[in-house]
Write a new protein. Structure first.
Length: 367
């Protein structure tokens, strides 16, 4: 090939390479021009940056057409070499400048966009954590506990699964008593009873502490009842026990009168009705005058003016004996009341099952 033709050929090639670059680069020019107007997202810009990198290597790398052409400079006739060299140089510098300008623009944009993404505006309002509160049963239990603690009682707790001894025998409940019937009491397959009353803790407390003792024991009890508005197979009671030398029924009456004064107000009256419980003798049911109507009769006390508090009595000598307390030396009184029922009265609930559904829309009312 004559020298002149070859020179022309190479010049043409150089111009084609330049033109091909400009064509492909057009896309980058277009996209980077929209950076400032928000036309490109951060992830698009990051993608574009990778593509630009790859494009740059292809156009200016060792294996590029441009590199191949540069190697031809030596073959060009001496008189044309300088001019060709200059052409190639100016094409290369144009390509490199454009690529690096675009790279800089993209880099600046990406950095700014990342900063913006990670920015935290400390002046924005936060999301307030939902504030919890105590369950109404817990509120009532704590009120009861506070009153008795201030009267000098300790708070006891004990197991919910019991042997027949604690659930029945020690409480002077004879064999064949209906309370022992599996229709009334839940039994485990190996013969233990789910305690049906907190009175079991009387025995544990006296065995542990001996006499004298003054304690209350709040806790769960279980009975085979079909749930209805006033019954639940699991509910809460508070047991009370006071054993000392010379304790009489007057102490029982005075203590429960003081208790209802503190829980419902000093105007509250009490009433004791004779009753029967195997573990007390004599026994009495305790009522208090309605905190709502004061005894006139209203919806809450169902027109009677009185609300039932629970059972009570003088601890039966057999019970003291079962717990190794000498009934010749010590006497005592005991009482048991339902927390759920008291809670339902205080908050005027028509259905105690609401207390166990854990529906926050209901519970929220009792903050
Ligand atoms: N345990 C009885 C019940 O569940 C309540 C009770 C009555 C407890 C008289 C006592 C008491 O301590 O002396 O119905």
């Amino acid at each position: 090939m004559p020298q002149g033709v070859q020179n022309e050929e190479l010049k043409l090639q150089a111009e084609q390479i330049h033109k091909a670059f400009e064509q492909e680069f057009e896309r980058f020019v277009h996209l980077t021009s929209t950076l400032t107007t928000g036309g490109v997202s951060l992830s698009e810009a990051e993608g574009l940056f990778v593509e630009l990198d790859e494009f740059e290597k292809r156009v200016t790398g060792k294996k590029s057409e441009l590199s191949a052409l540069k190697k031809m400079v030596g073959r060009i006739a001496a008189e044309d070499r300088a001019a060709f060299g200059q052409l190639i140089q100016s094409i290369e510098s144009n390509i490199r400048t454009k690529l690096s300008d675009t790279r800089l623009a993209l880099e600046a944009f990406i950095e700014a966009a990342r900063t913006e993404r990670d920015r935290i505006d400390v002046t924005l309002p936060g999301t307030r954590p939902k504030e919890g509160h105590l369950h109404p049963l817990t509120l009532v239990r704590q009120k009861i506990e506070n009153i008795f603690v201030s009267l000098g009682y300790i708070i006891e707790g004990d197991r919910e699964i019991e042997t027949d001894f604690y659930n029945f025998d020690a409480l002077n409940i004879p064999q064949g008593h209906p309370a022992r019937d599996p229709q009334d009491t839940f039994y485990t397959t190996d013969g233990f009873a789910l305690r049906s009353q907190t009175s079991t803790v009387q025995i544990h407390a006296m065995q542990r502490r001996g006499a004298p003792v003054r304690m209350i024991a709040p806790g769960r009890v279980f009975r085979r009842d079909t749930p209805d508005p006033t019954h639940n197979p699991m509910f809460f009671q508070v047991e009370g026990l006071c054993v000392d030398r010379g304790i009489t029924m007057a102490h029982l009456k005075g203590t429960l009168a003081e208790f209802v004064h503190r829980l419902f107000g000093p105007e509250t009256r009490t009433r004791f009705r004779p009753s029967y419980f195997p573990f007390t003798e004599p026994s009495a049911e305790v009522d208090y005058s309605c905190f709502n109507c004061g005894g006139e009769g209203c919806r809450i006390c169902k027109g009677s003016g009185w609300i039932e508090l629970g059972g009570s009595g003088m601890v039966h000598p057999n019970v003291l004996r079962a717990a190794n307390v000498n009934p010749e030396e010590f006497t005592g009184f005991a009482f048991g009341l339902g927390i759920d029922r008291t809670c339902a009265r205080i908050y005027q609930l028509d259905d105690i099952r609401l207390l166990f559904e854990n529906d926050v829309r209901f519970l929220e009312q009792f903050r």
